[in-house]
Write a protein that binds this ligand. Structure first.
Ligand code: TTP
Ligand code: MG
Length: 389
């Protein structure tokens, strides 16, 4: 059976919601983000992008580049509500949805031939439903896998609809820059350029041994597969998962509580990121500890309020850890969240707007630069006298 994956990503999401709700903003450069002196642009309407304004740019730069722009602080509660509405529409088009962020997700639409004339027509129907029910425009990419679908949704933004079929890989994928490959950041791109690979096609046709030599076996194999348009990652419906967790085995056993708590902080950050990315909150936090002799313990706690922020997950895990007598070295630590709130169908952020904004910014950075960019949440008070790292 031909696998078909759809990637949907809203156009200039926050700015489009503002334009929808304020007639006077339409057709004009709208910039959403922190308006203070040290604020950062969350997003800009396509009118503003023409002036070189984009996400994650200091607001001061945006004001310089687009002095006549309309600057708005943003209403995250509203955007989350709209996001929930969009994901509800998605759920009519596929039972298998992987939310990636507030405005984008993957839908596995394989085997739905009876419901659709063609993948393209199915995408047109989804776009029309989103537009009719929310007044917003989505760009859609369809392809045999996630990697290609995500590339496809971006190719004709805004209001894009691109299908990359199994026979289109050379024509569509190969002329693109290696930077478009999932996981290729600035550094890897530089290394690839040094090797003489600037396009995906050059990479696909390159000498595998050279790549293995430069990047190592694993990374090289993965890159070559992607350059050939191959990617068999499944669409993961995190909501169906029983738990979301991360664990870490240490190269050297941990012998102090302090070291262990530092690792718990990093783990809490990873679990929080995964939960928020999926729009989930967990009621139960579980801590897993494996000692040097491989004996393994789990401790869990159900919390009065479901959590999704790093500091709350960390606090719960640390409390569980403090009740655990430290005997010998620790070989592995893990944290997982479970007992997902049923109301957690995306919009369940009851916390303060400030916290939301902070984590919105952190998550945007993680999304952009990889999740390791921030391993310690700035809100978390560590147990050192001055809170120093
Ligand atoms: P994106 O989908 O990356 O951007 P976008 O929807 O504004 O524009 P487009 O997809 O058409 O290129 O992100 C979705 C929303 O997430 C965006 O509207 C605002 C928020 N966001 C931030 O707050 N900070 C960021 O750095 C990024 C990239 C996004
Ligand atoms: Mg978007």
């Amino acid at each position: 059976m031909q696998r078909w994956i759809m990637h949907v990503d809203m156009d200039a999401f926050f700015a489009s919601v503002e334009q929808r709700d304020h007639e006077e903003y339409r057709g004009r450069p709208v910039i959403v983000g922190g308006l203070s002196a040290r604020g950062v642009v969350a997003t800009a309407s396509y009118e503003a992008r023409r002036f070189g304004v984009h996400s994650a740019m200091p607001m001061s730069t945006a004001r310089r580049r687009c002095p006549h722009g309309i600057f708005v602080p943003g209403n995250f509660t509203l955007y989350r509500a709209v996001s929930a509405q969009i994901f509800t529409i998605f759920s009519r088009f596929s039972p298998c949805i992987e939310p990636i962020s507030i405005d984008e997700g993957f839908l596995d639409i394989s085997g739905m031939e009876r419901l659709m004339k063609s993948p393209r027509e199915y995408a047109q129907r989804l776009k029309a439903a989103v537009r009719a029910e929310t007044g917003l425009v989505a760009s859609v990419g369809i392809a045999p896998n996630k990697f290609l679908a995500k590339i496809a949704s971006d190719l004709e933004k805004p209001d894009g609809l691109v299908v990359i079929g199994p026979d289109d890989i050379e024509r569509i994928l190969w002329p693109l820059s290696v930077r478009r490959i999932w996981g290729v950041g600035k550094k890897t791109a530089e290394r690839l350029t040094d090797l003489g690979y600037t396009t995906v096609g050059e990479l696909a046709q390159g000498e595998p041994a050279r790549l293995v030599h430069a990047l190592g076996e694993r990374a090289a194999r993965q890159l070559i597969a992607l350059a050939h348009g191959q990617d068999d990652r499944p669409v993961e419906t995190v909501r169906e998962a029983q738990s979301v967790g991360r664990e870490m085995t240490f190269e050297q056993d941990l012998h102090s509580r302090e070291e262990a708590e530092e690792q718990l902080l990093a783990l809490a950050g990873q679990v929080g990121w995964r939960l928020r990315r999926a729009g989930l909150q967990a009621r139960t936090i579980q801590l897993k500890i494996r000692l040097a002799d491989f004996t393994t313990y789990t401790r869990r706690r159900t919390l009065p309020e479901p959590v999704c922020y790093d500091e709350d997950i960390y606090a719960a895990a640390r409390e569980l850890f403090r009740e655990f007598p430290m005997r010998g070295g620790i070989r592995l630590l893990g944290i997982s969240g479970s007992g997902f709130d049923a109301a957690g169908e995306v919009s369940l952020f009851t916390d303060t707007q400030k916290k939301e904004e902070l984590y919105g910014a952190i998550d945007a950075l993680k999304k952009r630069f990889g999740e390791n960019i921030i391993t310690k949440a700035p809100l978390v008070q560590k147990d050192k006298p001055d809170g120093a790292q």
